[in-house]
Design a protein around this ligand. Sequence first.
Ligand code: NAP
Length: 898
Amino acid sequence: MPDAMVAASLSEATSGGTTQQVDVAVVGAGFAGLYLLHRLRKAGFTTVVLEEADDVGGTWYWNRYPGARCDIQTIDYSYTFDPELESAWKWSEKYATQPEILRYFGFVADRYDLRRDIRFRTRITAATWDQAAERWLLTTNEGATVSCRYYVMATGCLSAPKPPEIDGVKDFKGEVYFTGRWPHEEVELAGKRVAVIGTGSSGIQSIPLIAEQAEHLTVFQRTPNFALPAHNGPAPADRVALLQGDRASYREQARWSLAGVPWPQQTAVSWQLSDAERRERLDEAWAKGDLVYILTQLWADQAVDVDGNALLADLIREKIHETVKDPETAAALTPHDHPFGAKRPCLDTNYYATYNRPDVTLVNLRQEPIKSITASGIKTDERTFDVDVIVFATGFDAMTGAIMAVHPITGRGGKSLSDVWANGPQTYLGLTVAGFPNLFMITGPGSPSVLSNMAVSIEQHVDWVVDRLIAMREAGFTAIEATETAQAGWARHMADCATLTLHRLANTWYTGANVPGKALGVMPYTGGVGPYRSICNEVASGGMLGFRLTGPNVAEQCNDGEIVRLQPDVRLVLNMLADMKLPPLESFGAQGARDFLAEFNAARPAGRPVGEVVDGTLPGTDGPLPYRLYRPTTPGPHPIVVYFHGGGWVLGDQESDDPFCRDMCRRTGMIFVSVGYRHAPEHRFPTAAEDGYAATRWIAEHAADLGGKPGPVMVAGWSAGANIAAVTCQLARDRGGPQISGQLLVCPVTDCTFDRPSYSDNATGYFLTRSLMYWFWDLYCSPADRTDPRASPLRGKLEGLPQALVLTCEFDPLHDEGVAYAEALAAAGVPVEQLNARGHFHSSFTMVDVVITTVSGRVQMAEALRRFAGLPSERRQGDEGVRPGRTASPHEIAAAAG
Ligand code: NAP
C-alpha cells in the first residue's frame, strides 16, 4: 500500500475539530523531522509535524546569512536511508550552500509527499502529559490543539538564537540582523558601514562575503577561533570514488565510525612522529580542507591529550600568522584559550585573508570590551564605532534551548522539564527523560549529535525511536519511560566520556558556557557515534534496559539498570578482546602465554619519551637479574622507585609495563627501575619474592651510582608485581632494610583465598579471569606455601610498614583482596590511601594511552609517590578529571576545567 493510503486509512485526525488526534506528533520539519515523518508513516503511525517556519529545512531554513554552507562534505551530509534518493540527487559542490541544501530538503519533501502532514507556521505553546489518557496534549499558537500518544522533538541543536546580552541593542537606529534569523529578502550592504559581532562558524563564514559588499566592516571579536580553509569546489574525486565503489559499505563504515564520516582510526601517536612528519601531516590536512579529517587524522592523541593537541594547535597558529599580514591583528586572531577541537573549529573561505583588506578592522574585545550599543553604533571601553548595520553572529542557546526555552513541557506529576533540567540536562541516551513518558528527542543533549556528522546521528536516532515504537505496538505497550537509575547511569557514563576528550577544557556552547547563567557541562555525548549505536542496540536487545513499559492489557516490563558501567575506553578494549574470541590464556601454556603477551604488547602505542632508558643487570640471590631504568629529563639526582611488573609471577619482564613506567617517570620526575625478577613455573615460590627484595636492597645501596638520591627508595608494582612490592616492604622491615618510604600497590594480589565476592562477580569477561588466577597460583606456589606472608602478604604482620597507596579496579577479581589489604594496613596504623577505580578492569592502569580514563588515577599515584618522597605536588592542566572512587557530573567537570 502506498504511504499516502496507509496514512489516510489509519489517521484519526479530526478534520474541522479542535483537537487533532494522532499517534505521533513531531516538532520541526528539518533534517530529523522529515525522516521521522517518512519512517513513521511507513510504519503505519498517524503523524503530524508541527513547524514554525513556512517551509521545510529547519536550521537551514533560518540560517540563510551570506556564506552559509555545511562544513561536513555534502556527500556525507545527506540522507542514506534510500539508495534511490541518493542516486536521484547530485550535489554540485564539496560543501553545498544553504540554498542548495534547502532545495535538497524541498526535493525530499516532494519525493515522499511529506508536506501534506506538516502544519507550517505552527508554534507549540505548551506540551502536557495526561497520565490518565497516556497522551500528550499540545497547544499551538494557531488554535488547533494536538493530542498524541508520542511526542518527538526534532527541534535541532542550534535553532534557538541566544540574545546578544549587550546593553542598548534596542537604541540602535540602523539595521540589525541575526545570522540565525536572516531575512528572506535581499539584504543590501553595499556602501554601508557594517559591524559583525561574533566569530564562531556563522561569523567566520559570513565575514569575508560581508567585507566584499560593505563600505567598511568592523569585526568585534571576543574569543578567536580556529578556522581552516574549506577549499570548496567539486567533491574530491577520491571520496566520491570511495563512496561510489561500494556505497553500502561506505555508509555502514560511517555509521560505526567515531564522528560519522568513514575515516580510519589513527594509530600513530604524536611523540612517534618527528617535527617534519607532523608538519607534513598538517600541510596535507590543510590542503584537503576537511574538518573531520583534521580533527581525527593527524595523530592518535590529538583529541585526547593536552600535549598531543598543543603540537597541532601550534602548527595551526603558525598558519594564521603566515596569512595575516599585520602582526597585531594576527596575534589577536590566534586562539590560545582552548585546545584545538575542544571548541567547534570552523571551515572558512578567505577568512584570515579578509583582515588584510584596508576596509576591514578587527576590534579585540578582550582588550576593549563592548560597553553598549548606542543609537549610532557600538561603544567599547576605548572607542566609539559609528555603523549603519549590526550583524549579530552571537550564536545559540544550544542543545537545550529549542527543547526547553521554546515552550513549557510538563511531564508526569506536573513536573516541568525546565525545573528538572535547572542544573543541566538529564537524559537517558540523549533520547528520553525520566518523568516524561513517551517523549523523545532527536539529537538531544546526551546524544553524539553535534559532535558527529548530524546526518548519520539523526538517521540512527530516528531509526531507533521508530523501531521501538513498532516493537511496543506489537507487544501491546502504550507508554515508555526511562528509569532514574538508567538516567543517572547515563550521566555517569557521559561524565566518563567527557574525561576522555578535551571538550571539558573549553568554554563553549557544547558546555553551555556561552549563555550566561546556564548550567555548565559537556552536553553532547563524546563517546562517538559507533559506540553510541552499539549501546542503543544493547539497550534494545537487553529487554529495553533502563525503561519501564506499560500498557492496558500487558504486564509492566521494567528491566532496570545502567547500560554502561565500564569506562568508555575499557568497554572498547574489552569488546575488541571479545571479538578476537581468544582461547583462555592458560590454555597456551606458560611459554605460549608469554609469547602471546609479547605479541600483544608489540601492538600497543609506543611509550612516551623520557630522559633516558638504560638496560642493565643487578646481582640477585642466584645470579644477575635484568632491569630497565627510566630517568626523567630533569637534572638529578632523582628519588628512586623500584618497580615490579605484573603477570601472575609467570609472565612479563622488566619491559612489559614499559608505557606505565615511562608515564610514571614523567609524572613523578623520579627514576623508575623495573626489575626482571624470575618467573614460575621454572622458579617457584619464593623466588619472585626473594628476587624482589634482593633487587630493592641492591638498588637502594647503589642509588647514587644509578643517578638517584641516596636514602630511602619507594616500591611500586602492578598485580603480582604489587604482591612482590608489598612483600618487599615486609621483608625490608624484618631484615633490617633497605629503608622504604612508600609503597604503591596497583591491583595487588594479597591473599591466596578465592572466596571474596569480587572473585565470583568478576570471574569472567574482564581479561583476568578467576581460572587464570587459579593457574597462576598453581604454577607459582604449592597450596602449603600459599599462606606464607611472602605469598599472601595480607597474612603477615602489617605494623610498621611504609605508607601506602592501594589502587583497586571495580571489575577485577582481585578487587576485594586489594581493599582488604588497605583496610588491614590502616588497622595496623599504617597511613594508607585506597582508591577504587570505577569502571576499570585489572589491566586498565598499565594500558597507558589506550585506557586514557586512567589519567586521573595515574595523576593521583604520581602525587602519592611525590608525597612519599617528601616532594611538593605537581598538577598540570588537563589532569583534572574524575577521581577514581567518586563520580563527578559532566557539569562539575566543565566547571572545574573552566
Ligand atoms: P558560536 O560558535 O556560539 O559563536 C558565537 C560568537 O559570538 C562567538 O565568537 C562568541 O564569542 C560571540 N559572542 C556571543 N555573545 C557575545 C557578546 N555578548 N559579545 C561579544 N561576542 C559575543 O555561534 P555560531 O557561529 O552561530 O555557530 C554555532 C554552531 O553552529 C557552530 O559551532 C557550528 O556547529 C554550527 N554552524 C555550522 C555552520 C556550518 O558551517 N555548517 C555554520 C554556522 C554554524 P565567545 O566565543 O567569546 O563566546
